[in-house]
Write a protein that binds this ligand. Structure first.
Ligand code: PHE
Length: 343
């Protein structure tokens, strides 16, 4: 192609090339394109000059204008590509991410130790063929007392100070009410546990709470005797404490069992030689239990001459306190995460 000889065109081209080379971003580059190649651009103006030239000059000039136009277009394209790769280089510099850096540790929540022991117990008992049942916190007087052989004027009601609701119901004072619900719903033979919250109108101290946890156990079948009860209790304790635990039964009074017992375990802290935990006796009172009272069976329509059963009421707070050496029952519902984080 012929070299551009027209001075004006030459200087337009030179200024376009140098401005394109200096453009700092796509926007600026586009402004330059408009200034030179747009409808009123400097190169376009040169094209318009074509018509004013004498015919013999037109051909050469026309070729030169085209050359200039192509030159500006090429320069813009080249600079555009340059700017684009600079932009990516810049992004890579400023916004790079090291995907090999280990992540922030995720803070996990904690199960309250009561829930942990409840789930363990559920595993143990379901493996022994027991069903897990549940019931409401607000109970009827019938389920919580009457059906359990504790009539209104019975002194045993004083053993469990009660929160009453205004409509004559109550917050269940023990999980034994779930025995009644279960026996009304199911037919013997049956084996079940019923863990849950219970409530007592209680002045609180290190060993008393107004809200705590129990797990009821109930087994009804033909010929159930105290030896069945002892067998299941020993299995339970072996699984929980991971060793053979010595037990003893003392008579205990609960209107819904006959005979009723307090089951004690050999103190696991001192091995029975005497320590502050067992108050030097070598034994720790762990769970009340007994054979289901015939009146209770009658109250739910089960024939006591055909079926017998055992029941026990495990205090879950006590069990956890024994296992971890916790000195105050009020920690459980304190809401203090430092407490639950230890387990
Ligand atoms: N429900 C009784 C209580 O809370 C415990 C218990 C349960 C006793 C089952 C005997 C049998 O004190």
């Amino acid at each position: 192609m012929s070299a551009i000889s027209d001075q004006t065109l030459k200087s337009v081209l030179e200024s376009a090339i140098s401005r394109v080379a200096e453009a700092r971003d796509a926007k600026e580059l586009d402004e330059i394109r408009v200034a030179f190649l747009g409808k009123k651009g400097l190169v376009t103006e040169q094209m318009k000059r074509l018509g004013t030239l004498p015919p013999e000059e037109r051909k050469t000039f026309g070729a030169q204008v085209n050359e200039a136009k192509n030159g500006v277009e090429d320069a813009i394209k080249k600079r555009g590509a340059e700017l684009e790769s600079l932009r990516y280089a810049d992004l890579a510099e400023k916004e790079w991410i090291d995907v090999t850096v280990p992540g922030e540790p995720v803070k996990r929540g904690h199960l309250n130790p009561i829930s942990q022991i409840q789930y363990e117990l559920e595993d143990i008992f379901t493996s022994l063929g027991f069903a897990v049942v549940d019931g409401p916190h607000v109970e009827t007087e019938f389920n919580n007392f009457e059906a359990l052989n504790i009539p209104a004027d019975h002194p045993a009601r004083d053993m469990q100070d009660t929160f009453w609701t205004e409509d004559g119901n109550l917050l269940r004072t023990h999980t034994s009410c779930m025995q009644i619900r279960a026996m009304q719903r199911m037919k013997p033979p049956m084996r079940l546990i019923a863990p849950g919250r219970v409530f007592r109108y209680e002045a609180t101290d290190a060993s008393h709470e107004n809200t705590f946890y129990q797990m009821e156990g109930l087994m009804i079948d033909r010929n159930i005797s105290v030896s069945n009860l002892i067998h299941f209790m020993k299995t339970l304790l072996r699984e929980i404490f991971k060793r053979d635990v010595k037990i003893r039964l003392r008579p205990g009074y609960f209107p819904f069992v006959e005979p009723g017992f307090e089951l004690d375990i050999n103190c696991l802290i001192c091995g029975g030689s005497g320590c502050p935990v067992c108050k030097q006796s070598g034994w720790v009172e762990l769970l009340p239990c007994g054979l289901v009272h015939p009146n209770v069976l009658k109250n739910v329509g089960i024939d006591p001459s055909e079926f017998t059963g055992f029941a026990f009421g495990l205090g879950l707070n006590r069990l956890v306190m024994m296992r971890y050496g916790i000195d105050d029952i009020r920690h459980f519902l304190s809401g203090d995460v430092r407490f639950v984080e230890q387990f």
